[in-house]
Design a protein around this ligand. Sequence first.
Ligand code: ADP
Ligand code: MG
Length: 395
Amino acid sequence: MTAAALRVPTRPARLGMLGGGQLGRMFVHAAQRLGHHVTVLDHDPASPAAAAADAHVRGAYDDERALAALAQACDAVSTEFENVPASALRWLAEHGCRVAPGADAVAVCQHRLREKELFERAGVPCAAHARIASDADCADARVGPLLPGILKTATLGYDGKGQVAVGTRAELAGAFTALHGAECVLEKRLALAGELSVIIARGPAGDVVHLPVQANVHRCGILAVTEVPAPGLVPAVADAAVAHARRLAEALGYVGVLCVEFFLLADGSLVANEMAPRPHNSGHYSIDACDVSQFELQVRTMLDLPLVPPRQHSFAVMLNLLGDLWLDGRSGAAAEPDWAGPLRLPGVHLHLYGKHEARRGRKMGHLTVTAATAAAARDVANEAARRLGLPLLPT
Ligand code: ADP
Ligand code: MG
């Protein structure tokens, strides 16, 4: 090799990630595989994403010194955490960073009422709901038809946090007080035949690709299982989910990866639940079961690289691994699960996020089973669940 050839420079892009959790970590892996550098902004010295990243700016999302350091280190910035203040993205955009998704789109996804307004504006069905921001709202006539319902804080909820099931007006008033009078939305509780989600990626020129529609099972408000392809999903419903997500992204002028969660009702109709302006837990299977993962899509949208439709090459079942798995049910003592059990099974891909502390309900890792048939993926996932002491898949 000649000296000249040795001097050919690589041109890594300088990417920034607001948020240092597992989604950021998997983004870092995808970006680095493509040869790019990533700087993570997160206050936590033990951030899972920062442990993998090229650089870590420690600070709060509203700390201008931290944002300035990120802007200095990066050409393009994205977010992995839903509650990064939109103002941080706005600040970065004003200071020379390409930001995807944009602050305005993120602000809509962060606020359940704005989100529902968008659903209605874009012609995407959503659950009947009302704004609850005062004790008088709890007594309002509009509330009657929404009971039994679910009261959700308009902002800052995730993994079922900030939500209370309410059956009566008295329970509603009590729940509103328990949520410290925060602005809320009361949603009618729907009888769900299932839950679906779809992840799309939209580039700066408006080109859109999507991952296959995912079937999700939640336990206690937290995603537990994702299965893809969604069993029994008729193509018309899958197409409708993709079309809805596309319309929402277009209405937002969205650039980046967007996940839309849907409720499936018994009559086969879809009701949009919520959006995430980033890769999503229900898309983790794409790392192992698709030729382009949701995280690579995020990298591509940030850098305006070509978006090709991802192809799913294996049937997949993803199991979330929550902190409960580390904790003894009775004593609360913490111990590492025995990974050798599931790892002995074919097609098991174990992902651990490097979190130092296990807490109940905390997402510590996930496991994706890939297989050549849906039945094989389910069988292996059930066996892995059994070996770990997790509940089996619903039939
Ligand atoms: P989070 O931001 O915590 O994910 P969601 O609004 O998605 O909050 O609610 C979490 C889960 O609670 C949903 O995936 C679903 O299982 C259940 N849920 C939420 N809203 C409703 C509803 N209106 N009717 C029935 N189930 C609901
Ligand atoms: Mg949700």
